[in-house]
Design a protein around this ligand. Structure first.
Ligand code: HEM
Ligand SMILES: *[C@@H]1O[C@H](CO)[C@@H](O)[C@H](O)[C@H]1NC(C)=O
Ligand SMILES: *[C@@H]1O[C@H](CO)[C@@H](O)[C@H](O)[C@H]1NC(C)=O
Ligand SMILES: *[C@@H]1O[C@H](CO)[C@@H](O)[C@H](O)[C@H]1NC(C)=O
Length: 481
């Protein structure tokens, strides 16, 4: 009978494995049945993908927790994935994440409708209203944090400061409505959100321990409660987009409870990335004096020219280059699609691969183009003028293999599913940095401090976050710039 056990094991392996056919991408299933590479993957995404890329090249299929995921890493070929929403569907995988992270079920076509609606609310006249409401909240919160007449330094973690202030201002602008401007509400939402946010990646991967699950659920429940009134009344304030969103959900027959869950999802989409991005930007400026000087000079000129508010379209090429550069270094979303019908993927080099129905395709622009040494010299280094031409204009032409890249970076996603909040996010970050640099003295507690490491557990979920924080101190300026 002893032979039965190895036979069963053999059978199990045979049945749970897949065999690659000739025209499919190289297949790497890992040794562990079902799980495949899931553990190594979750631990450090870029490390794992780089190892696989060295082994297999720019396209390969790996098994991760029961799913087969084809990773495509040649940026010249990205349009073949982004440009075919019929075979490579966005909504299905989005639904999986919605269910896992937000316990939310929405009709399949709902997010696309919401997106069309949101586009009108985050552009043009509505955007300029949002821009200025956001500025107002940022200024008010900063003043509460640090009264104008205070003369002594206040020490604080830069990540804590950036994320906290921008989150609260964003919450007040987009979720609380005009009549509801009292601070404590925003602070409580922020505290609960942070607890939820710290478990979000594990939630998405279904890797929570029992204790963590409890914490996540209790934060979630509290947030649903806190968000229950958001967008219910149609006040004409800046949160009118949320009212429109609620109406849209109601029209699709989404019940009250699911609406709250959907509002939490929008809180995540709109607040989860901006604060961390502002942190990286300020952190890199403070640890690179020449970059700080260049941005200060640009802002100083703006102030003198009498257009300091920055809610309008103002030209800030140096700041724009710095922002582009920090997004290159710290924006690491996956762009994932589900193969809903068999497809031949044509790579830029002419190679063709068959994609199987039911698999997922995943782009990870962080590895290439963003951190690709063939595209960017010394890709690990922050260079504030990397996205500037000699004449001071914005530089967008970057090359790989002698050919110009259509997407030199992809922090906002791409194609029809790109970020709808991009102009608002940029305006917010610029305003926040401007406020801190022109109205406050801001410096590192330790002048020789380096940027903290990247928290490796967050790759694939948008903006990265630091491991630990960067201690800074600040106080109101005596004189303006
Ligand atoms: C630095 C800040 C931000 C970054 C890096 C960022 C990045 C992204 C990315 C990568 C996606 C996914 C695209 C895809 O899956 O293909 C996305 C989607 C989205 N973003 Fe942003 N985002 C930011 C700020 C904002 C803000 C401020 C808003 C507020 C309005 C916002 C609203 C959204 C929405 C609603 C979606 C979903 C679009 C859809 O349904 O397809 N984002 N964002
Ligand atoms: C920083 O974190 C502490 C708690 O750790 C919190 O009390 C404080 O309000 C935070 N700062 C900001 C600006 O949110
Ligand atoms: C890294 O991120 C994870 C997920 O957000 C979080 O749970 C963990 O506390 C973070 N680690 C550090 C050292 O900040
Ligand atoms: C809001 O800010 C963004 C980014 O700075 C800018 O592009 C846009 O023009 C501003 N919107 C309006 C209508 O002022």
């Amino acid at each position: 009978m002893i032979w039965v056990v190895p036979l069963l094991v053999l059978l199990y392996f045979t049945l749970t494995r897949r065999w690659r056919s000739k025209n499919e991408p190289p297949l790497d299933q890992g040794l562990i049945p079902w799980l495949g590479h899931a553990l190594e993957f979750a631990k450090d995404v870029p490390k794992f993908i780089t190892r696989m890329k060295l082994k297999h090249g720019d396209i390969f299929t790996v098994r991760v927790a029961g799913h087969y995921v084809t990773l495509l890493l040649d940026p010249h070929s990205y349009d073949a994935v982004i440009g075919d929403p019929t075979s490579l569907d966005f909504s299905r995988y989005a639904q999986v994440l919605m269910r896992r992270i937000f316990s939310l079920e929405l009709p399949l076509e709902q997010p696309a409708k919401a997106k069309t609606m949101m586009k009108t609310h985050f552009l043009g006249k509505s955007l300029s209203a949002l821009n200025s409401t956001m500025s107002r909240h940022l200024e008010a919160l900063l003043k509460t944090e640090m009264p104008q007449n205070q003369r002594s330094w206040k020490e604080e973690g830069l990540f804590n400061l950036s994320y906290g202030l921008i989150f609260k201002a964003g919450y007040l602008t987009l979720f609380a409505g005009e009549r509801n401007n009292n601070g404590p509400g925003a602070s409580e939402v922020y505290q609960e959100y942070k607890a939820f946010d710290s478990l979000l990646c594990k939630l998405a991967r279904g890797m929570l321990k029992a204790e963590e699950k409890k914490t996540a659920q209790s934060a979630q429940r509290r947030l649903w409660e806190l968000l229950a009134p958001a967008g219910l009344t149609g006040d004409s304030g800046s949160s009118s987009w949320l009212h429109a969103y609620r109406r849209l959900l109601q029209e699709d027959g989404v019940d009250e409870e699911s609406q709250r869950k959907a509002v939490l999802m929008q809180l995540w989409a709109s607040q989860g990335n901006v604060g961390p991005a502002a942190f990286w930007l300020l952190g890199y400026l403070l640890t690179n004096p020449d970059a700080l000087l260049a941005v200060r000079e640009e802002f100083g000129k703006l102030e003198k020219s009498g257009s300091p508010l920055l809610d309008r379209a103002v030209n800030t090429p140096v700041f724009d280059s710095v922002l582009e550069e920090i997004l290159r270094l710290t924006a690491a979303p996956f762009i994932t699609r589900e193969v809903v019908q068999e497809k031949i993927l044509c790579m830029a080099d002419g190679q063709e691969y068959l994609l199987r129905k039911g698999d997922r395709v995943c782009l990870f622009p962080f590895i290439s183009p963003q951190m690709d040494p063939e595209v960017y010299r010394e890709p690990q280094r922050f260079k504030h003028d990397r996205f500037l031409n000699e004449d001071g204009s914005a530089k967008r032409d970057f090359y790989k293999g002698g050919k110009q890249l259509k997407y030199p970076t992809m922090p906002w996603g791409a194609g029809a599913n790109g970020c709808v909040g991009k102009p608002f996010a940029i305006s917010t970050i610029r305003k926040f940095v401007y406020l801190l640099l022109t109205n406050y003295d801001l410096e590192l507690c330790d002048p020789n401090a380096q940027m903290p490491e990247i928290n490796a557990s967050r790759y694939g979920f948008g903006m990265l976050q630091p491991e630990g924080d960067l201690p800074i101190r600040y106080r109101p300026r005596d004189t303006q710039l």
